[in-house]
Design a protein around this ligand. Structure first.
Ligand SMILES: Nc1nc2c(ncn2[C@@H]2O[C@H](COP(=O)(O)OP(=O)(O)OP(=O)(O)O)[C@@H](O)[C@H]2O)c(=O)[nH]1
Ligand SMILES: [Mg+2]
Length: 704
């Protein structure tokens, strides 16, 4: 319903504004602040990979804002740059809001000049003014506006009041309250004369709405970029290969040749002209306070990305996050469990009072209620703690440093260094990690990143790992040393996940996805102060809603199914027992049992429900499930024959098994292929099965 309302609002918007800019300049932060949406933000380039739309209501008018992927230029062919270019050129937006980074204006101005060739309706938003101030950079915004001939607004995206004047300028442009006369770069006599020859011929074919594009299309024609020209002809329905145009084009080439400009070097000439102008303009509007900026970033990077300390510090950070999660989750978990136990008693009395039949009471309480509350009480607290902590690291700018430290390993595995970034996104959610692989340009490397993304546990699997590590390794008694041991165990599981990612990437590179790693320059953004409070509140809130949603939509029906399985009997044996017995020999081979295998299979829709299903299955005898703390869970597991081997193998299987349903659907969408989707199901499962078999064999040998 809410979704439909949003679509309705978007369709009825009065104006459309596209947000463009280099990566990591704050586009999504501004978009979120103006629309109230929650697009992924964080301090590393390449987070936004797909267009997102939202509505901003300003002075009773609806503005549809489109958040685009970051792009350095409109001239190359990477996927995100094409998305941005197509939206700017053909997206029918009323205005462009170009967001630039005040701390490196010169580089950002290249995109501004390129965009001004395409549309005059541009508002320049100079963001990150606080960071610029910290670095002693002052920008004369009025002069910048005069030189470019467009409105310029300075902003600090985190402070909403600085965004007000932005919307007022957007309104001015959309309602044509101000007359714009943006500058057009002069590329020199020879090129300008060539453009003049072609421009009128193209102009003739364009509608009024697109007439401004004639100059840009002329430049593209001379440049001869077939891909862009095809999309221009298709989108604008014009013929760029008419005799008239081809004849004019020949004339242009021969004239340019006389001025020593060849077709092949034409583009370089345009680019160097843009770069030169950007440099000159930045020089004229920026001034620097000497000595006001201490180069703390570079000093930090010397340690955090050093060969010697880089990886140990990374493990230390991750360990600290796990430790805080383990220690912090216990108390709210117990509180929630007691609360749910209390409600359970009340519900039972109520059901008895209204004369509910025993089977219905059992179905509702032992089936639906237990599974639902187990997901919330056991799984939610670790998620709600881990996620914000990880987001704070992301906001700080630490993720690209992780990618930097792991870059050489991914290169050795013949995969992309950017895979480290998508792998990190997988910690939050594997489906998001799979979508994030759009930042990898090579299709081969992108597929490797997709096939291996679920080798790192998502937020839905962390609580499971943490619970098992705490019970079987840390000891449920608690205390400092037990939490440290549990942390080390979870950390080892993650290291195993990264190790498997690299091995499988290498194997894929040597077999079905043969090839060498492509090179790319990883940009290390400046460290930024995380919005700690906002991140904590937002993530806890988002996570809670997300988990509650999943609990209601997946855990509750799963609880119902498992109850039916446990209670419908054929020849005095329940269906659950039949199924578990069927899988039991296979389970034993992996050092597990049939119930665990059944739980993993039933957990396909969502990883969060695996542990609740295991507990439900063990409680099938009809005794009510009382899970008030870890000791209760531990008791049930041990009573059902769990040993240290079961704990080790279930953690391995949780790390290495098929992706959840949502991730599989995302993989199908991203690859468009059933073959890769099936492989992404099979590969991690086989890895998990083999590893579990090996540990079981070793365990059995040691026992003998
Ligand atoms: N200090 C400061 N930080 C900002 C400002 N604007 C954005 N940030 C931070 O900069 C980082 C990048 O912001 P995003 O909104 O994700 O940037 P983006 O341009 O959408 O990035 P991509 O989608 O990757 O291209 C985030 O950590 C923001 O919190 C600002 O004005 N001041
Ligand atoms: Mg973004």
């Amino acid at each position: 319903m809410l979704f439909n309302k949003n679509i309705e609002k978007i369709n009825s918007a009065n104006y459309t504004i596209a947000l463009v800019g280099n990566p990591n300049v704050g586009k999504s932060t501004i978009f979120n602040a103006l629309t109230g949406m929650h697009q992924h933000t964080g301090n590393w380039p390449g987070k936004t990979v797909e267009n997102a739309s939202g509505i901003c209501n300003y002075k009773n008018k609806n503005y549809r804002l489109i958040d685009l992927p970051g792009t350095y230029s409109l001239m190359s062919h990477s996927e995100e740059e094409e998305i941005a270019r197509n939206c700017i050129c053909f997206g029918k937006s009323d205005a462009l809001l170009i967001v630039v980074d005040a701390t490196c204006l010169e580089r950002n101005l290249n995109l501004v000049y390129q965009s001004l060739e395409i549309t005059p309706n541009v508002i320049l938003c100079v963001n990150l003014l606080d960071e610029a101030k910290r670095k002693g950079i002052n920008i004369n915004l009025d002069l910048l506006s005069k030189r470019l001939g467009i409105p310029v607004v300075g902003t600090i995206a985190k402070s909403k009041k600085t965004l007000k004047s932005l919307m007022s300028q957007v309104e001015n442009i959309c309602t044509k309250k101000i007359h714009l006369s943006p500058i057009k770069l002069n590329y020199g006599v020879a090129i300008e004369e060539s453009i003049e020859i072609l421009e009128p011929l193209i102009h003739k074919q364009l509608t009024n709405a697109h007439s401004y594009l004639a100059r840009w299309i002329s430049i593209k024609l001379i440049e001869g970029d077939a891909k862009i020209l095809t999309s221009i002809s298709e989108q604008l329905n014009i013929n760029l290969s008419s005799n008239e145009i081809l004849k004019a084009l020949n004339l242009v080439y021969s004239r340019l040749e006389k001025s020593n400009i060849k077709k092949e070097t034409f583009n370089d000439k345009i680019i160097s002209e843009i770069f030169f102008n950007a440099e000159m303009l930045a020089k004229s509007v920026c001034s620097y306070n000497k000595g006001s900026y201490s180069n703390i970033d570079r000093k930090a990077d010397k340690i955090l990305t050093s060969k010697k300390y880089g990886i140990p510090i990374m493990l230390l950070f991750l360990g600290l996050i796990f430790w805080l999660t383990i220690v912090g989750a216990n108390y709210p978990s117990e509180l929630l469990s007691s609360f749910f136990a209390y409600i359970q008693e009340k519900l039972l009395s109520f059901l008895n009072y209204i004369g509910s039949p025993a089977w219905l009471t059992s179905l509702l309480i032992d089936g639906v209620y237990s599974t639902l509350t187990c997901v919330i009480a056991v799984m939610l607290p670790p998620m709600a703690i881990f996620f914000p902590l990880f987001t704070i690291l992301e906001d700080l700018g630490y993720l690209p440093r992780i990618a930097f430290n792991l870059d050489k390993f991914f290169k050795k595995a013949c995969a992309s260094g950017k895979q480290a970034l998508t792998m990190c996104m997988g910690f939050g959610c594997n489906a998001a990690g799979v979508v994030g692989t759009k930042i990898i340009n090579s299709p081969r490397e992108k597929l490797i990143a997709i096939l291996t993304n679920c080798f790192v546990p998502c937020n839905g699997r962390f609580p499971f790992l943490i619970t098992i590590a705490t019970i079987f390794f840390g000891g449920i008694a608690g205390g400092f040393s037990s939490s440290i041991i549990a942390t080390i165990v979870v950390l080892l599981v993650i290291v195993l996940g990264v190790f498997m990612t690299l091995i499988v990437s290498k194997l894929l590179s040597k077999t079905i996805l043969k090839g060498l790693p492509s090179s790319f320059t990883l940009e290390l953004p400046p460290y930024r102060k995380p919005k700690i409070l906002e991140v904590i509140v937002r993530s806890i809130f988002d996570k809670t809603i997300f988990v509650l949603g999943r609990a209601i939509s997946i855990a509750a029906p799963a609880g119902l199914v498992i109850w039916l399985f446990a209670n419908i009997q054929i020849n005095d044996i329940s269906i659950l027992t039949y199924v578990a017995n069927f899988f039991d020999p296979f389970g034993k081979l992996l050092g597990l049992d049939g119930y665990i295998i059944t739980a993993f299979i039933l957990g396909l829709p969502a990883n969060e429900i695996v542990l609740p299903i295991i507990l439900m299955s063990y409680a099938k005898t009809g005794t009510l499930l009382h899970l008030e703390n870890l000791a209760d869970i531990s008791q049930i597991l041990i009573e059902n024959g769990w040993t240290l081997l079961t704990a080790i193998n279930i953690m391995i299987l949780s790390l290495l098994h098929f992706p959840c349903g949502t991730t599989l659907m995302t993989i199908k969408k991203e690859t468009g292929s059933l073959k890769w989707t099936v492989l992404s199901f099979i590969i991690p499962s086989i890895c998990g099965i083999i590893l579990c078999m090996v540990t079981t064999a070793i365990w059995n040998i040691v026992q003998i």
